[in-house]
Design a protein around this ligand. Structure first.
Ligand SMILES: [Zn+2]
Length: 472
């Protein structure tokens, strides 16, 4: 008898198995016929299925011998303040869309609306395998925190903040949340304290300002300092279009990223969203500062930002800049599916550089998982399937045309999957999606509530979201 034969299997809460377990660990190991053991929400072992089942006796066995298992996906930019999906007037570019549709919609949302929107957004993200997201500034923060806690999703969030005193001026901005820089900084600090007082292990704070020509230098620098003081994350939109770049060149004589550096607001606790208009110096500044970024490919394409012409995605990825993938608000991307963002993150830079190696499938999958967690400064807790990390796990059903025939699981997930193939999701060891069904949220009920709110808001702001073709 060997020593191993005499050892009784250890009791654990859960074991998840799969045909391929893609760990994104330090060695980027993929276990064929693999498994993950989870206890008290934490990963306690990752390895071969037979070995894990010999060593552990799970209370719950999620046995999916045909599945692809990956770490939970991260959405690095997903607004909860948002507008009716599919209702944004066609043909609008970033600045016009913000002023004519997006800001008036935000202003119309009540506390109850935000509670519904947050639960609906969490439901949609979980359904498609997102376990962690970054919310770049919501309103009615306490209602949002309650909703996210109910949903079981992991998040970083803070209050929507601006002082309407940036390079774009206040023209066209709504009479909504108007405040000066000092009041805005108080609101940001209060936001951090509110999230910390809420004291939920899955919800972290962020220092969130809008940033596209709507914030003074005083506010931007002050917010960057707050993130350092509180050891938080400073989140803002930056370099989102050529128009924004031209505007800042005119106002400051330098590009947006360079200007952030000049005023002392670019550092390692900064997450820059969008970043579709960069030059080589911008890339150098981001790399040197240790700042993080999110790439939002469907949002960039739909708003005609020129991301394949003025983006620097290959350079940023090659330099190892922590990069999350995001979907932006649902009115912009019309979806919150990080699988679709992965495809574009892998493919668009190839076209723009005419280099088929510009961004690999592995790099895209890494952005969607560990890269996103790192961009949110949460890589010590999540982002990979490793012992000691939180059990945020996504199981893809492969019994479909997207994922079969199956020879290279990374290629199939990145190029072929959508979130509809996600079967099971665990967050912190809790099963929040089972067999494609949400365990804590009423999907159909939330959809009905959101459509009602959308209709009311669209009526208030005078937008009729109709296709160009007649509806008879
Ligand atoms: Zn945004």
């Amino acid at each position: 008898m060997t020593v191993q034969d005499r050892i009784e299997p250890a009791a654990v809460d859960t074991v998840v198995t799969g045909e391929y377990v893609i760990t994104v660990n330090t060695g980027r190991e993929i276990f064929r016929d693999g498994a993950i053991a989870v206890d008290h929400g934490i990963i306690v072992a990752v390895g071969k299925r037979a070995d894990i089942l010999a060593r552990y006796r799970p209370a719950t066995l999620i046995d999916k011998p045909d599945a692809i298992v990956i770490p939970g996906l991260t959405n690095g930019h997903r607004h909860l303040l948002c507008c009716a999906k599919g209702a944004m007037p066609e043909g609008g570019q970033t600045l016009a869309a913000l002023r004519e549709f997006i800001y008036p919609s935000f202003a119309a949302l009540t506390e109850d609306d935000m509670h519904v929107y947050a639960r609906h957004a969490a439901a949609e993200m979980i359904r498609f395998g997102t376990t962690l997201f970054e919310e770049p500034g919501c309103n009615h923060l306490e209602a949002v925190l309650e909703a996210l806690a109910d949903a079981g999703i992991r998040a970083r969030t803070g209050p929507w903040t601006w002082d309407q005193a940036g390079a774009a001026g206040a023209d066209g901005l709504p009479d909504w949340l108007t405040m000066d820089a000092d009041t805005a900084l108080d609101r940001l600090a209060e936001g951090v304290r509110t999230v910390r007082k809420f004291n939920h292990p899955r919800i972290l704070d962020a220092v969130t300002i809008e940033g596209v020509g709507t914030c003074s230098d005083e506010l931007t620098r002050g917010a960057a300092d707050l993130a350092t003081e509180y050891d938080s994350l400073f989140v803002l939109h930056k370099s989102t279009s050529e128009r924004e770049v031209e505007m800042e060149l005119k106002a400051f004589g330098e590009r947006p990223v360079a200007h952030m550096d000049t005023i002392g607001a670019l550092h390692e606790r900064v997450l820059l969203n969008h970043m579709t208009s960069l030059d080589a110096r911008d890339v150098e500044l981001v790399v040197a500062s240790g700042a993080r970024i999110s790439q939002n490919p469907t949002s960039a394409l739909k708003l005609a930002k020129g991301t394949t012409q003025t983006g620097k995605w290959r350079e940023l990825a090659a330099a190892g800049v922590p990069m999350a993938l995001g979907t932006d608000a649902e009115n912009v991307s019309n979806h919150t599916d990080i699988c679709r963002a992965m495809q574009l993150a892998a493919l668009l830079p190839r076209d723009s550089t005419r280099d088929p190696n510009a961004v690999s499938a592995e790099q895209a999958l890494e952005m969607a998982t560990l890269g996103g967690a790192t961009a949110l400064r949460m890589q010590d807790q999540v982002g990979s399937l490793e012992v000691g990390k939180q059990a945020d796990i996504v199981v893809f059903d492969t019994g479909n045309f997207d994922l079969r025939p199956l020879h290279n699981p990374v290629a199939n997930v990145v190029y072929g999957s959508t979130g509809h193939s996600v079967d099971t999701v665990l967050i912190g060891g809790d099963v929040v999606l089972r067999g494609g069904q949400l365990t804590a949220l009423d999907e159909a009920g939330l959809r009905h509530q959101v459509e009602e709110i959308n209709r009311r808001v669209l009526g208030e702001i005078g937008i009729a979201p109709l296709p160009r073709w007649p509806i008879i």
